[in-house]
Design a protein around this ligand. Structure first.
Ligand code: MG
Length: 343
């Protein structure tokens, strides 16, 4: 018998965070708690206007799943994942929150961290980047100076000062950069910027064009830098379409519906010869700790979401200076700071 509780939290950010589409200073998020026999599993989905996920839509859809889980056991991982996919598959954010909680509770009942239950080496995999949101070049340099010990920086672009921003940041560090235009460029801009960005020590470009821009195949052929899909690669069916248009994909748990879908996407991307990155939203340690279980499978990871918060709501995997430290807990390793949620 599994009990489900869904609860909204407002996550305050350290700094207002700006990308090419807008600015956020408090991030709303929805936490799912599953409970069976004294063990608690947690999942998360942040709200997102671009993807149409609101507190109300997430809460309503997740709460509607509760009666179907009530008769189940957390030991039946495949059965639970199938139920969640059937009921929530069309809303990947809600699906993600429930999928993460199912995996966490299953791992806690099995008594091991998910990465170990999957046979992965926790020491393997890349270090995380730290993301610098859009601001004036001077203020972006000041943000970078606050976090000098991260091994690689992801710079949000899509402004009319993009090269100026990267040149200014390059004056302050010799570490590698990656850039994310969040759909903000035309094909011509992407191709023309790629050479100077390569010379400035940028290693790849994330989502240069709008998600369905037909110019992507030409950018893929002519860019001086590898290009990674984010908004162009949401769900499993998108992975095949990225071959021949991108060198790699950026998987996010909320875009694809959670850990089960993400693992299938990683496997398919490998078959297609695509590089694999996973990214996060500005989210709490609930979501980040789930993402951290996948890192041994990845080429690159952006998992600074909880590090961007002024206050977290959970203990779990800690990400500092790009390194992740797994807690000595089973599942995703998450415990809410305030203790389990009351039904
Ligand atoms: Mg992105």
């Amino acid at each position: 018998m599994i009990d489900l509780v869904v609860r909204h939290f407002a996550l305050p950010l350290r700094h207002p965070f700006t990308i090419s589409r807008g600015t956020v200073d408090v991030q709303d998020t929805v936490i799912v708690q599953l409970h069976q026999d004294g063990l608690f599993g947690y999942g998360e989905a942040t709200t997102n206007p671009y993807y149409g996920a609101t507190v109300e839509s997430l809460t309503r859809r997740i709460a509607a799943v509760a009666p179907r889980l009530h008769a189940a056991s957390a030991d039946d991982l495949d059965g639970l994942l199938d139920t969640a996919a059937a009921l929530l598959g069309a809303d990947t954010f809600a699906h993600c929150a429930v999928d993460l909680a199912i995996h966490d509770l299953w791992g806690k009942r099995r008594g091991g961290p998910l990465h170990r239950l999957w046979g992965l080496d926790p020491a393997a995999g890349p270090l995380s980047n730290y993301t610098i949101g859009i601001d004036t070049p001077e203020r972006m340099a000041a943000k970078l100076a606050e976090v000098p010990d991260w091994p690689v920086y992801k710079i949000k672009l899509g402004t009319d000062r993009d090269l100026e921003i990267v040149r200014e940041l390059r004056r302050h560090t010799a570490k590698p950069f990656r850039v994310d235009a969040n759909c903000g460029w035309t094909p011509r801009q992407a191709i023309e910027l790629s050479g100077p960005l390569a010379e400035l020590g940028v290693e790849f470009i994330e989502q240069p064009l709008a998600a369905d821009d037909p110019g992507m195949a030409e950018v893929y052929r002519r860019s001086a830098l590898p290009v990674f899909a984010d908004e162009s690669c949401g769900v499993e069916a998108d992975v095949d379409r990225c071959a021949g248009r991108f060198h790699g994909i950026n998987i996010k748990l909320v875009k694809c519906g959670g850990l089960a879908a993400a693992r299938r996407m990683i496997a398919r991307a490998r078959e297609l010869g695509l590089a694999v990155m996973c990214g996060c939203m500005t989210e709490s340690s609930v979501g980040i700790s789930a993402l951290a279980q996948l890192v041994p499978l990845l080429d690159h990871v952006d998992m600074d979401g909880a590090a961007l918060l002024a206050a977290d709501i959970a203990h779990g995997v800690v990400v500092e200076a790009g390194r992740r430290r797994y807690p000595d807990h089973a599942g995703t390793g998450v415990e809410l700071l305030g203790g389990p949620l009351a039904a």
